[in-house]
Design a protein around this ligand. Structure first.
Ligand SMILES: [Zn+2]
Ligand SMILES: [Zn+2]
Length: 150
């Protein structure tokens, strides 16, 4: 499976059963909230979306369920960012992380990109992460510098 969306909301109960999980309303709501996302949702963004369906759900439950999904391999968790973010593109790809607004943007890896020689053969995750300013934030900071000059 390369993308979380390959499991439909209708298939999710069977997926849960196959993994020995109960398909609770909470799990289903979290799954439905993230499965089509390309925003690399955070715990807070997911919680905000899920509360519309399940108003009583706690942030802790959302966090636990997201990590449960990551352990099952239906999300991948991006670490070493200011807050945990979750990815629905499960295969190898590149990320641009904006240092100002926190946006995480997906890019395919360059064709024929090779891994460094001599890496151990058992590899579970490949990621290329570039950080900087996204075009929107770069535009804004240019504007600010121009205004200061006046
Ligand atoms: Zn930005
Ligand atoms: Zn991604």
């Amino acid at each position: 499976m390369d993308k979380t969306r390959e499991i439909t909301v209708d298939e999710f109960p069977a997926f849960c059963r196959a993994h020995g999980l109960k398909c609770t309303a909470q799990r289903l709501a979290v799954f439905a909230a993230v499965r089509m996302s390309t925003e690399h949702p955070s715990v807070d963004a997911t919680w905000a979306a899920v509360r519309k369906q399940v108003p009583t759900i706690t942030r802790e439950s959302v966090y636990r369920i997201l990590n449960e999904f990551a352990a099952l391999g239906i999300l991948s968790r991006l670490d070493a960012l200011p807050a945990a973010r979750y990815d629905t593109w499960l295969g190898p790809h590149a990320h641009f992380v904006c240092e100002k607004c926190g946006k995480v943007i997906d890019y395919p890896l360059p064709d024929g990109m090779a891994l460094p020689k001599g890496m151990p053969a058992e590899r579970h995750h490949v990621e290329l992460r570039v950080s900087g300013l996204c075009d929107a934030c770069r535009g804004k900071s240019k504007l600010q510098t121009n205004q200061k000059r006046r």
